[in-house]
Design a protein around this ligand. Structure first.
Ligand SMILES: NC(=O)c1ccc[n+]([C@@H]2O[C@H](COP(=O)([O-])OP(=O)(O)OC[C@H]3O[C@@H](n4cnc5c(N)ncnc54)[C@H](O)[C@@H]3O)[C@@H](O)[C@H]2O)c1
Length: 347
């Protein structure tokens, strides 16, 4: 499969690197609003440069397009690419809001092309391990989930992450959107959302600092979720999946997965922890970017499977839409200071 890449910034450069390392794919052309940036990345990967993304999506030598621009551009770019018959992998959040995302999903349906959302956290080793453990039945049936992702808004780069016109909101659309997706991976479809959004620290207009949500699935299983821009030092992500016989805990950065279980309810408990030492070493030697690129390589393989109609664990456009619906149910558009109120919205 031959790819075109729109957006050659921080993440676009890692996407290009992943395409260079993945099996059976190639990068045919790139485009960026900054021509020098596009030329530099194209030179590194032997790709052509298109000055205008509209021309890139029309190219005959491209089967799929990766959209890695800021989120306010995702919908227009993806829809045009889908209508041009290209499959699309759009970075997260899929769009600024559910309305834009719905239009993208509709474009994929009408064009019969595949739309995927860049929820690459699904492919981090600790998450893959947690999914395997869950599927093995070791913790029995799902009971509830607790999940958290946080870092400091002070560490944000690029600046547009704080601009609601570009992002559509704050922490819940930033790393919170990965967290919502991971929570859905274990919870399944969300039937009901209640939540609060707060912005007492940073005051970025229309962007919540914190999103607190309670999600319930059709079987009455509940997840509590908190996405934050107020984790004062470092980055923390934790998903805890509680079952009738134990709990699976999965951390990112550093990766760790722990399972605590018993063979019968209230029986003797056992604990096992995977620390992914090989991954940790590579991450230490080559930076977290190495880990991101690895996840992108797996995501590209899974995207290819989805395009071929095979079983795939890559996130679809619908997954991207559902995550945005959850974020929207908690953090309505508009100034957060006025909107720091409880909501109870069925999704
Ligand atoms: N999957 C992840 O873990 C992850 C992490 C960080 C960011 N992201 C997402 O990746 C996307 C890109 O983020 P980034 O950090 O690389 O941002 P960035 O600002 O570094 O790069 C964005 C690039 O898009 C280019 N661009 C802007 N308008 C354009 C246009 N009209 N045509 C062509 N190019 C245009 C910019 O010039 C820039 O080079 C965003 O959607 C972001 O939310 C994903």
């Amino acid at each position: 499969m031959r790819y075109g890449l729109i957006g050659c910034g921080g993440i676009g450069a890692l996407r290009a690197q992943a395409l260079g390392l993945a099996q059976g794919v190639g990068l045919a052309a790139v485009c960026d609003a900054d021509p020098a940036r596009a030329r530099a990345l194209a030179g590194k990967h032997g790709a052509a440069v298109e000055a205008d993304w509209r021309r890139l999506v029309e190219r005959k030598d491209i089967d799929a397009v990766i959209v890695s621009t800021p989120p306010h551009l995702h919908a227009e770019m993806a829809i045009r690419a889908l209508h041009a018959g290209k499959h699309v992998l759009s970075e997260k959040p899929l769009a600024r809001d559910a309305e834009e995302a719905r239009a993208m999903v509709a474009a994929a349906e009408s064009s019969r092309s595949h739309l995927a959302t860049g929820f690459n956290y699904r492919f981090y080793p600790s998450v893959v391990k947690a999914r395997e453990l869950m599927a093995s039945g070791i913790i029995g049936e799902l009971d509830h989930i607790r999940s958290y992702a946080g870092y400091s808004a002070r560490d944000h780069n690029p600046e547009w992450v704080h601009d609601a016109e570009v992002m559509g909101g704050g922490a819940l659309r930033d790393n919170g959107i990965h967290l919502i997706d991971l929570t859905r991976v274990f919870l399944g479809d969300v039937a009901e959302v209640k939540g609060f959004a707060t912005d007492h620290v940073w005051g970025f207009d229309g962007c919540e600092d914190n999103g607190f949500a309670l999600l319930k699935n059709d079987h009455g299983r509940v997840a509590s979720l908190h996405a934050s821009w107020n984790e004062w030092l470092g980055y923390r992500l934790l998903v805890e999946v509680y079952g009738t016989l134990g709990v699976i805990r999965t951390w990112c950065f550093p990766m760790r997965t722990q399972v605590t279980w018993s063979r019968e309810r209230a029986g003797k408990m056992h604990t096992r922890t995977d620390r992914f030492l090989g991954t940790m070493l590579q991450e230490h030697l080559k930076s977290y970017r190495w880990l991101v690129v690895q996840s992108f390589i797996t995501e590209i393989a899974e995207f290819g499977r989805a395009v071929r109609g095979e079983r795939s664990v890559s996130a679809t456009g619908l997954d991207g839409l559902r995550a945005l619906e959850v974020a929207a149910a908690v953090a309505h558009a508009g100034p957060r200071r006025d909107a720091a109120m409880p909501t109870a919205i069925a999704v």
